[in-house]
Design a binder for this molecule. Structure first.
Ligand code: GLU
Length: 309
C-alpha cells in the first residue's frame, strides 16, 4: 500500500485543503444556533480498528451531532427492547425529505429510523421512566459509542424543542396512530436533546467505527452493542442514511453513512473503519457538500466502496 491508499498514512489535510474552494451549498438556518455555524469549517477524521484516530485540521471543533445521532438512537433502541424496536419502526427508504409528515401506510409506523419520525420513536423506546431518565440513558449510550463523555448544547436543545414544529406534528401523528407510547412533548424533548449532543469529527469517526467494527469501540475495547445490532444499524444506514439522496450516495460513495443538518457525515465501512466528514454548507438533500466530496475521494482512494470489485 502507498500513502495514497493507506488509511494509516493518508494525507487528510491535503484532502481538506482541496475542498476549501468549494463554495456550494447553504448553511441550515432552522434554528439560530445552526445558522451561526462557520461555513468554512471543514474537518475529516478516520478511526481505525487498532484504536488509532487520524484527523485533519478542525477535527477538534465541536458541533451539535443532529441527525448523525439517529443510527446510535436506533442501536440503543434495539439493545434496550431486545430487538422489538424492529417491529415498531419500518426499515424502508422514503424517497422524501427528513421531516416529511408521513407514516407507513397500513401500520402507522415511522418509515425508518433515519428520518425524524423514526428517530422520535427510537429515542422514546430506550430504557428510562420519563424524559429525564431516557435522556440520561441516551447520554450514557452515546458516551460508550464515543469513548468519552459528551456535553449537550443547551441552547440547541432548547431551541429545537421549542421550534421543532414539524417534529411536534410527527409525534402527535404517531400518538394518533397509537405507535408512540410517551407524550408528544416528551418525545420531542428527548430527541431534541439527543440532536444537541456536542461531538467533533474525531469523536464522530470513533462512533462510526464502533458500528463498523461490530459494536466494539476500538479505543476503549468496550462492547457497546451486540454484533447483530451493529449489523442491523449499518444495513439501514446503507439504504436510508442520506434521506432522499441515499441511492445516489450508495452509487457514488458506496459506504453506509448518515448525514445531518449540522453538516456532519458519519461513515461506517464494515470491518474496515469509521470516518467523519464535516462542513456546514448543505445540498438540497441536506448533505454536506464538502463532506460528500471528501467521502467520494476517501472511498475511491481507500477502496471503501461496498460494491467495487
Ligand atoms: N434536529 C434536526 C431536526 O429534527 C435534525 C435533522 C437533520 O439533521 O437532518 O430537524
Amino acid at each position: 500500500m502507498t500513502p495514497a491508499n493507506d488509511p494509516d498514512r493518508y494525507d487528510l489535510d491535503a484532502l481538506r485543503e482541496s475542498l476549501l474552494d468549494e463554495r456550494g451549498g447553504e448553511v441550515d438556518d432552522s434554528i439560530p444556533a445552526l445558522a451561526d455555524a462557520d461555513p468554512d469549517l471543514c474537518a475529516i477524521a478516520l478511526a481505525l480498528p487498532d484504536g488509532t484516530v487520524r484527523s485533519s485540521t478542525d477535527a477538534d471543533v465541536a458541533f451539535s451531532i443532529q441527525s448523525a445521532v439517529k443510527p446510535f438512537l436506533f442501536a440503543l433502541a434495539l439493545l434496550d427492547t431486545g430487538g422489538e424496536a424492529l417491529d415498531r419502526v419500518g426499515i424502508e427508504p422514503t424517497g422524501e425529505s427528513f421531516d416529511a409528515i408521513k407514516l407507513e401506510s397500513g401500520t402507522g409506523r415511522p418509515p425508518n429510523p433515519m428520518v425524524n419520525a423514526g428517530a422520535l420513536l427510537t429515542a422514546a423506546l430506550v430504557d428510562g421512566e420519563g424524559p429525564t431518565a431516557r435522556s440520561a440513558r441516551i447520554a450514557r449510550g452515546l458516551a460508550a459509542f464515543a469513548g468519552r463523555e459528551l456535553d449537550v448544547d443547551e441552547d440547541v436543545a432548547h431551541d429545537e424543542h421549542l421550534l421543532g414544529d414539524r417534529n411536534h406534528a410527527l409525534a402527535h401523528l404517531m400518538r394518533a396512530e397509537d405507535t408512540l407510547a410517551v407524550s408528544a412533548d416528551d418525545a420531542v424533548a428527548v430527541y431534541a436533546r439527543a440532536c444537541a449532543t456536542l461531538v467533533d469529527a474525531a469523536t464522530l469517526a470513533v462512533m462510526g467505527a464502533t458500528l463498523a467494527l461490530g459494536g466494539v469501540n476500538p479505543r476503549t475495547g468496550e462492547r457497546v452493542v451486540p454484533e447483530a445490532v451493529a449489523r442491523d444499524v449499518v444495513s439501514v444506514m446503507a439504504t436510508c442514511g442520506v434521506y432522499d439522496g441515499s441511492g445516489r450516495w450508495m452509487r457514488a460513495v458506496g459506504v453506509p453513512a448518515k448525514s445531518s443538518v449540522s453538516g456532519s457525515l458519519v461513515l461506517s465501512t464494515p470491518g474496515r473503519l469509521g470516518a467523519a466528514a464535516v462542513s456546514p454548507p448543505l445540498d438540497e438533500q441536506g448533505t454536506s457538500v464538502r463532506g460528500r466530496l471528501a467521502s467520494e475521494v476517501l472511498s475511491r482512494d481507500l477502496h471503501l466502496h461496498s460494491f467495487a470489485v
